[in-house]
Design a protein. Sequence first.
Lengths: 343, 322, 308
Amino acid sequence: MNTEPVLQIKGLTVSFRIRDQYYPAVDQLDLTINKNEVLAIVGESGCGKSALALSLTRLHDSKNTRIEGELLFKGQDLNKLSPGQMNKIRGSEIGMIFQDPLTALNPLMTIGRQIEENLDYHTSLSKKEKTKLIYELLEHVNIVNPQRVYEQYPHELSGGMRQRVMIAIAIACRPSLIIADEPTTALDVTIQSQILDLLKQLQSETEAGIVLITHDLGVVAEMADRVVVMYAGEVVEIASVYELFNNPLHPYTRSLLASMPAANAEQDQLHVIQGRVPSLQNIPRGTCRFSERIPWIPQTAHAEQPTLNEVGTEHWVRCTCYQHFHFEDEGKEHVLDGIAGAK
Amino acid sequence: MWKFTLRRILIMIPQLFVLSVLVFFVAKAMPGDALTGLIQNNPNLSPQMIAEQRERMGLNDPAMVQYARWVGNLFHGDLGISYVHKVDVTYLIGSRLANTFYLGVAILILTYIISIPLGILSGRYQNSLLDKTITGYTYLSFATPLFIFALVVVFVFGFQLGWFPTSGSVDAGVQPGTWDYFMNRLHHLLLPAFAGAFVSTTATIQYLRNEVIDTRLKDFVKTARSKGVPESKVYSRHILRNSLLPIAAFLGYDLTAVLAGNLFIESIFGYPGLGQLFLQSITQRDFSVVTALVMISGLLALIGTLLSDIILSWVDPRIRIS
Amino acid sequence: MALLELNNLKVHYPIRGGFFQRVIDHVKAVDGLSISIEPGKTYGLVGESGCGKTTTGRAIIGLNKITDGKVTFEGQDLTRIAHKNQHPLRRDIQMIFQDPYSSLNARKRVIDIIAEPLRNFEKLSPDEERRRIQDLLERVGLNPEAAFKYPHEFSGGQRQRIGIARALTLNPKLIIADEPVSALDVSVQAQVLNFMKEIQKEFNLTYLFISHDLGIVRHMCDQIGIMYRGRLVEQGNTEDIYDHPQHVYTRRLISAIPNIDPGQRQESAKLRREIMSSYQDDLKQLLDAEGKPLALKSISSSHQVALP
């Protein structure tokens, strides 16, 4: 695979202000997104994946958010650009797709206008050329009747159609990076597969890098080339999609996979992760953040300041606890066996 | 669209019928009638003459017959005769209508000119010093009773400083149709209009501020930013239009409220409009005027609802009426 | 004998139009649905948005007006008692809603939320009521102290447990669960699904499990009905539906489930393309003049498909 980097993230920390104090929702993150690759970022709500997605184009409310670190994109640090320079990149070099296509489109503007707006700021096409391009874009995202849809308002379209329009907006200027934040979560499963197929097809044409933010490991398995698993603001595991599903290492990754109904249909009981995801103010920092969810693993198994360690080709895992991890119920059986043996 | 409007107008008929019955019979239940009003200052009339007159005016007819006649007259634009002023109510109202209209429109324009920018700035720069100042102003204008404020304004700018006239809508002797006449009217209008606007901006500013704060967080605003739309355009194209929807919905009511007159302002500034007429008619028990004014404001309220729906369907594609 | 039987159930909504707003047509949300659920089992009603699955659940519990057809619960016709809220049969059927964030009244304490159905049917002293509620909270795995807190003090999973506790107060026989976990995170989902299975055994509950998530349905259900435009296109046990789907609509739905083995990616995509290549024509063949699925035909003792 072509491994030409599109975006290099170095030491990214995204902090939100709560009562005059800043708490990092994304903590010291390093990551590279390559050309023509789908990089999935997976985790549950509160893991920092959406905070990460928005920070890549600095779409957070600047009054309550602090973004530190470097975002190297085509030789410049996005984090150092002025708002005006950033606007030149948004929508042209980096396209974004959001979760809910109903609320993500302006209800008072026609579809055509909403796509055209993107072209207004990044091209010098005439009105006529723009209209022609918009028809082409709509056709490209498999909308059958572009002329009609151009004149329509968002509420007149189905959820799947609206998400196609969002994609058309995102790809209008052929960006080299597309950030898709839960693009299919609000859609039916058949529409989901169509949208995912469409994204794949568009990628093969434009060779854009895609950052796919999702909570759905099924979508990850279908789409991703590489996977980043996040927990409580940190990356806990990075691996190729095959490696991650065949040889998951971090306790959180393994727990997530064990709790998926689709992967465990025959099991009577699904795995349940103890406790709950800590809120931003209560993230245990400086230790293994997942340790409180696996209390049966002794403290000695965790590293003191856990770092990401390369454990295989392009396979990174945080902390040392994965070497000692077992599920609690397995452990119980173990203990029971021991007792039975003693008797 | 036309079908919708026509249907809504048809629905108004039974509503107006109920209103007219209520108005008529409440007026009937009040002491005095058309005749007592006409003769109240004339002790020379004998009881016999009064009875004859009463019979001639149909005041002895059954209530239903009287009601039918009253409604029939309404249809012909005949609102009866003022007991006090002894002239046609139609004429009386007509003479005041223009004044009320000018004042109402002036208040409306001032209200929007002041409150739309303030509301937007306040919402956009939430919690800033500017926002706090604007919010402070709205609290002040909300807490100030209109009649006290109006009195203070009249006292300071009218009597003390003498910048503005303190009553009337135009000075006597100015030639209608001239530039001076227009300026003279405007001069009379400004003080009451500002006083009215000072109070009516409160709701609009607060409403708009909240709408802007809400809309700012909507997903489509995020989408707009992700397209690289500059912040000023994000506001003017996306946030503003969506925030103004509820304000537009009130515009219909506001437009018709203009014609109903402003009780306090007109009374305190001695401005001869419908509001002042209404208040005078109540204190003088001029019930034929009161009933006519109530009927008119009822009709205006109904038209206001219709107008609001039409305006809203016009600006919001989601409720386009087919 | 089946615990719940739907016989040719129809729920139609009028569409009004024209100058006088007369009824000009109907939306046939549910249009001839027949299902029977055995006691102690879980029946999964699956379909995409707008197929009528939610309407069905709401119609059974009396939240939607039934246009035609019969709903038989333990041999009694529910449509006849549709508007009698106090009827004893009403307590035997309870509902769990999708969104634990909006389905609990934020201004009420947990005890008042859970006691609501109880207060409709039984007159208990405040003390008895409190004991009963706290007992229930313990059984759904919450601290009895939780009774005096407000919904916002709980996490999504805990809230869904409160919703379940409310459904359990009257010892129902049938629970209609409408997308009970789709608003929850994966690990919390697992918690709630496990718990639903546990209480099913403990109380011998019967579930009508309404969902669009075929992965969860496979894990939870004994029998599955695939719904399309207000009718079933296919019905069978897990194996019938997932391993031998017959109707092209079912096949398309199953093929759209993301495969959790990334190695199977190419094959899944190929299968999807294959189905889609002739999907429109294949589907048309299996629909009647109104564009609705045909009547079900048995192809084995457990498996029925809407084929000509």
